[in-house]
Design a protein around this ligand. Structure first.
Ligand code: TEU
Ligand code: CA
Length: 534
């Protein structure tokens, strides 16, 4: 049985990971060639962002054929090889499952457009009159189709029509997709925006003054449990597999509810990503450590006995944490600090490609340099009330493209990602920040991660211990306890940019630390993991 509580999951964004065949785009053979890199880091699972056939309007989160691999990444044989190679190395493979919507180029949607009596028309959500819902990518959530004189729902981009889960044929199709990959040996799925798949029957208007209009009609709506239970009972539970949900605006109580019903083992929550913004990242506020703690603590305490946490700072949608929460002047220590803080909490940790070498935001100054559809769409709305200059100032910090630049493998041309011009710009700092440099250096961020992943995997107290934050209000220090049976861990860190004396409560045995230092005075961004027995 897979114990998902034992996993350390490395997220791969295939487009930007490694190009094996000189077309400038990352691919499956590229991923296969890096299996030892991932194994040596200590990850025992990978999550692949979507690799299915797709027009890539939203970089693969718009699927046009669930049972085909996008030819730019390889083919089904290569995917089977990838599964085997990773499994042979003791690494589980988790795929991304995007079933709230498809691409508009999916055969089902193309058929749906042919007429109201087409079998596939009801696979999507249509209305004669346009409800007032807003898209999560900016603008309206409904798009008019002249030929049908109807509007279809797209919670994300226009090219991502929402599936109608009320239709049992849709559910049967999705189950067949799950079965297809589980039979091949896939170990689980990360389910994209899974708490949005059920909509209020009839698609009524949303509350008029609500910021995200329509939200109350698709967020955790009643049939969600019925749908997920059906997937579990008819398919997933026949395999040794598990689900990670992406839970838009999900609360700890809801996450526990899903876990108790045995529908979804764990969720990516969004609460802690609001430590530097007002509800959505496009309204930034100054980052404060205590705001981050407040949200992380809320989840740590609420899921003490039931449910299970995911631990992440980075993914393909989030700007790079080393600069978002850390400090680029202390890039190495603050990257290690954040990693330690995160990994020693209770839950399954995630590493997003490049995080293990402290990759930073891209800061592209012009909108024309961006690829991300969300960034471009949001600008269309934002420009009505802010200047281009102001918008770009925000985008440089928060755009998803900050996380999507090609992986920096070496200081060679194109950062060693490809022999030809890559599909997307490389971060200019690749000559200093790259894998080769980190592998050569004994105390690099990568080398630190090796120790951290080992510690997490081998320590019961880090996996299962109770958690207590000793300084929840502090913006300057991290200090928390983990306790399990007769073992104790104390994590203490100095979040200041200057040295500082910190009381370590009589603990003396340091298991891991990012500085060679035992003194009472902590260096800037120094963090230590202490251990005590009995
Ligand atoms: O993201 C869901 C989601 O809520 C996003 O709108 C997220 O809040 C935003 O990207 C933050 O900037 C998932 C995927 O992770 C994302 O890449 C997809 O674009 C989206 O679903 C649609 O499939
Ligand atoms: Ca390629």
């Amino acid at each position: 049985m897979i114990n998902y509580k034992d996993l350390i999951i490395y997220q791969i964004y295939p487009l930007s990971f490694f190009d094996s065949n000189d077309d400038g785009i990352g691919d499956l053979e590229g991923i296969i060639s890096k299996v030892s890199y991932i194994r040596n880091l200590g990850a025992n699972a990978i999550w692949l962002s979507p690799i299915y056939e797709s027009p890539l309007e939203d970089n693969g989160y718009d699927i046009s054929d669930y049972k085909k691999i996008n030819p730019i990444f390889g083919d089904m044989e290569t995917f089977k090889k990838l599964l085997k190679v990773f499994h042979d190395s003791g690494i589980k493979v988790i795929m991304d499952l995007v079933v709230n919507h498809t691409s508009k180029e999916h055969f089902w949607f193309q058929e749906a457009l042919k007429g109201k009596d087409n079998k596939y028309h009801d696979y999507y959500i249509w209305k004669d009159k346009q409800p007032n819902w807003k898209s999560l990518f900016g603008g309206k959530a409904f798009e008019y189709v002249k030929e049908l004189d109807e509007y279809y729902l797209h919670l994300f981009a226009k090219g991502q029509p929402d599936l109608n889960w009320e239709n049992e044929n849709v559910r049967a199709e999705i189950k067949s997709v799950l079965k297809f990959y589980l039979d091949m040996g896939v170990d689980g799925f990360r389910c994209d925006v899974i708490n949005l798949i059920s909509k209020t029957h009839g698609i009524p208007n949303g509350k008029p003054r609500f910021a995200v209009r329509g939200l109350e009609h698709y967020l955790n709506c009643p049939r969600i449990h019925e749908y997920l239970t059906e997937l579990r009972e008819d398919v997933i539970n026949n395999y040794d597999a598990f689900l990670i949900g992406e839970g838009v605006f999900i609360s700890p109580e809801q996450s526990i509810d899903f876990a108790k019903r045995k529908e979804v083992e764990m969720f990516f929550e969004f609460d802690h990503t609001n430590a530097d913004c007002h509800l959505v990242k496009w309204f930034p506020k100054k980052f404060k450590l205590k705001n981050l703690k407040k949200e992380l603590n809320k989840w740590q305490y609420a899921l003490k006995d039931d449910g299970w946490n995911t631990l992440y700072f980075n993914n393909h949608d989030q700007p790079r944490s080393v600069e978002r929460y850390g400090n680029l002047y202390f890039r190495e220590s603050s990257a290690k600090f954040l990693a330690t803080y995160l990994f020693c909490l209770k839950g399954t940790p995630f590493i997003y490609q490049g995080e293990e070498i402290g990759m930073t935001n891209a800061h592209f100054p012009e909108l024309s340099q961006y690829e991300d559809i969300e960034t471009k769409n949001v600008y269309k709305t934002a420009k009505k009330f802010m200047s281009y200059k102001h918008f770009m100032k925000i985008a440089m910090k928060v755009s998803r493209d900050n996380a999507r630049t090609p992986m920096q493998w070496s200081n060679e041309k194109n950062a060693g990602f490809s022999n030809v011009k890559p599909w997307f710009r490389i971060n200019r700092n690749y000559k200093e920040i790259n894998v080769r440099t980190d592998l050569k250096k004994a105390n690099s961020i990568y080398r630190y991660y090796e120790r951290l992943t080992y510690l997490k995997k081998t320590s019961d107290v880090l996996k299962y211990g109770d958690y207590t934050d000793l300084v929840p209000k502090s913006n300057k220090e991290v200090k928390y306890l983990r306790k399990y049976k007769n073992e104790e861990i104390l994590v203490v860190g100095n979040f200041r940019t200057k040295c500082s004396v910190i009381n370590t409560l009589g603990y003396t045995n340091i298991l891991l630390s990012n500085c060679e230092n035992k003194a009472d005075t902590f260096k800037p961004f120094e963090i230590r993991v202490y251990y005590k027995e009995g």
